[in-house]
Ligand binder design. Structure first.
Ligand SMILES: CSC[C@H]1O[C@H](OP(=O)(O)O)[C@H](O)[C@@H]1O
Ligand SMILES: Nc1ncnc2[nH]cnc12
Length: 291
């Protein structure tokens, strides 16, 4: 069995994936509550793949209501080592028109109604986040998009807004003035929590619209997003197959240190730790808390 276990978090428009051998929807119990849905577990080319629809099948969960903690905990419990988020997003740059896939490398987190950490009172930790995504995973995504001849951009900042309403024009212009490339509502705290869980994370953001700033394009609405997503669904599914085919066949291994990030992160002295929180962290931090 393969070493890297591939987690795919499917965003708007991606509620299922095909081509998994032995595919089974599995219910995962998490001490953090209910994940967005059951998780689809199977294999592609010998790689174990775990798929989770972020908004649930039928899209019943809004960005602010997603239980990001339970989602990451469930992926960790199923052995996931590497997560790709496939997300819809708005473009904040002329040169990133709808249909472009952006391999994001930075985030600006403007969400304010979400709990951001697994850690807290009685178990304090601070993980580094200067480079929130894995460039090793980004390389695999880039190879896949090149092979498929999909228009893509490597790098760019994803502005994470609270939503669920889309931005005002003043907000959209503000984020453009900050140099952000794309905007969405879901990748934080997801990326932060993945880092705390020692899971490598990368996002391929599929541009569906020009938000509301572009003088020659209508302001974003859901119909516009869905139309572009449907046009791009096959490309996203082919990318998932490429990721699974390739993640365990690379010449190099990741060296970002994410898989051991908690070695240096926990501040709370053993005798001051809250046993209830420590117990809840069995999957996320069991590697460093046990013994
Ligand atoms: C349906 S448009 C807004 C919605 O789409 C994106 O979700 P995801 O990242 O899960 O693809 C965006 O962040 C909003 O949540
Ligand atoms: N313009 C936009 N703003 C926020 N989230 C989005 N998801 C897709 N397009 C978006």
């Amino acid at each position: 069995m393969s070493k890297h276990v591939l987690g795919i978090i499917g965003g708007s428009g991606l509620y299922d994936i095909e081509g998994l051998t032995g595919a089974e929807w599995v219910t995962v119990e998490s001490p953090w509550g209910e994940p967005s849905d059951d998780l689809l577990v199977g294999e592609i080319s010998g790689t174990k793949v775990v798929f989770l629809p972020r908004h649930g099948r039928g899209h019943a969960v809004s960005p602010s209501d997603i239980n990001y903690h339970a989602n990451i905990d469930a992926l960790k419990r199923l052995g996931v080592t590497d997560i790709f988020s496939l997300s819809a997003c708005g473009s904040l740059k002329e040169e990133l028109p709808p249909g472009t896939f952006v391999i994001v490398d930075q985030f600006i987190d403007r969400t304010f109604a979400r709990k951001k950490s697994f850690f807290g009172k009685g178990l304090v930790a601070h993980v580094p986040l200067s480079h929130p995504v894995s460039s090793w995973l980004g390389d695999i995504a880039e190879d896949g998009l090149k092979a498929q001849k999909v228009p893509y951009a490597r790098g760019g900042s994803y502005l994470v807004m609270e939503g669920p309403q889309f931005s005002t024009l003043a907000e959209s212009e503000l984020y453009r003035s900050w140099g952000c490339s794309v905007i969405g509502m879901t990748n934080m705290p997801e990326a932060k929590l993945a880092r705390e869980a020692e899971i490598r994370y990368a996002t391929v953001a599929m541009v569906t619209d020009f938000d509301c700033w572009h003088p020659d394009h209508d302001s974003v609405d859901v119909q516009m997003v869905i139309k572009t997503l449907l046009d791009n669904a096959d490309k996203a599914k082919a990318l998932v197959k490429f990721l699974a085919d390739n993640i365990n066949n690379r010449d190099s291994e990741p060296n970002c240190g994410t898989d051991t990030i908690l070695d240096m992160a926990i501040m709370t002295a053993p005798e001051k730790r809250d046993p209830a929180l420590v117990a809840k962290m069995d999957a996320i931090a069991g590697r460093v808390l046990k013994g």
